[in-house]
Ligand binder design. Structure first.
Ligand SMILES: [Fe+2]
Length: 309
């Protein structure tokens, strides 16, 4: 465990590159339940029901995938201290602390992890009141970004970086997955030992299992096949449901994520979490993940999850 006070205290947002921005905006607003807060010629920022200015940014590009992950710190002092601290440890600072020009405001800097992913750290950005929503979709909007899972080629190096450099804590490990927290949420980021440096999936938290069910129903009725779920994961104890968005990115509705408040928490080991393949979730209810989502989670992005009309 790290011996310093970690500066990052929450996951803010992810930025994804999509080939078809128009179709993505249509999906994430009309079907997924997010709301546009800022839009440019080649980008859009979308908020959830919670206070964060945006939880998802989409950028038009030629390659589908993860552009960056954005983290929050409690104060500008935390942000500056973190930048100095990790810089002294040899971390590549790709953007020095500066006032952000985007509408959400605040202060930020960016760094690269050992596998070259871009991470943004932000403090003081604009927050919304949860009541400031103009249109709820079935009352079943995501409340916030829950977690991002990335595939890695070097679990040991990335795990060490998250814990010893950034100050995350290991919550649980399975043979293929390693879950890390920066607050009470069981995991805000997880590493998947899937043999590539790529995006595995992005999860959005729903306010309750009932809202999750309304959301899943809405996505299915819009023509998107439920690729994995419904079930309740072992590590994290969260309810899960996975879909492919129009660009083939894997997105999840989740709910009831385990909260770890015990400072003496001992991470579960791969042997403790081992289970037979026919029992992929605690309930024994979920079918196996579809072949297409297994490929997409492994980094083969761009596959279609929409059922042909
Ligand atoms: Fe997940």
């Amino acid at each position: 465990m790290s011996e310093f006070e970690a500066e990052i205290d929450h996951l803010r947002s992810v930025t994804l590159i999509v080939k078809d921005l128009t179709e993505s905006i249509d999906f994430y607003t009309k079907t997924w339940g997010l709301h546009v807060v800022d839009q440019g010629e080649h980008m859009v920022q979308l908020r959830a029901r919670g206070e964060e200015h945006h939880v998802l940014e989409l950028r038009q590009g030629s390659e589908i995938g993860l552009h960056s992950i954005s983290w929050g710190t409690p104060s500008l002092e935390h942000l500056k201290r973190m930048c100095e601290r990790i810089s002294s440890l040899g971390v590549v600072i790709s953007s020095e602390p500066h006032e952000l020009k985007e509408h959400s405001g605040g202060f930020g800097f960016s760094f690269l992890d050992p596998e070259g992913r871009v991470h943004n750290v932000v403090s003081g950005s604009q927050k919304y009141s949860p009541l400031h929503i103009e249109s709820l979709v079935d009352g079943a909007c995501p409340t916030k970004l829950s977690h991002v899972v990335v595939n890695t080629l070097d679990v040991a190096k990335m795990s060490h970086f998250l814990q010893s450099v950034l100050g995350f804590k290991l919550s649980d490990s399975t043979h293929k997955m390693h879950f890390f927290r920066c607050n009470a949420n069981h995991h805000s980021i997880a590493l998947a030992d899937f043999g590539s440096v790529s995006l595995n999936h992005v999860a959005f938290e729903m306010g309750s299992w009932n809202e999750l069910m309304f959301g899943v129903g809405r996505v299915k009725l819009a023509g998107y096949e439920l690729q994995w779920g419904l079930g309740r994961h072992g590590p994290g104890d969260n309810i899960f449901s996975y879909f492919l968005d129009p660009n083939g990115l894997v997105v999840e509705y989740t709910a009831e994520v385990q909260q770890i408040t015990n400072p003496s928490w001992v991470p579960g080991s791969p042997d403790q979490w081992a289970r037979p393949p026919e029992r992929m979730d605690q309930w024994g209810f979920s079918p196996q993940p579809s072949d297409v989502i297994k490929k997409a989670m492994g980094g083969q992005l761009g596959l279609s999850g929409k059922i042909a009309a």
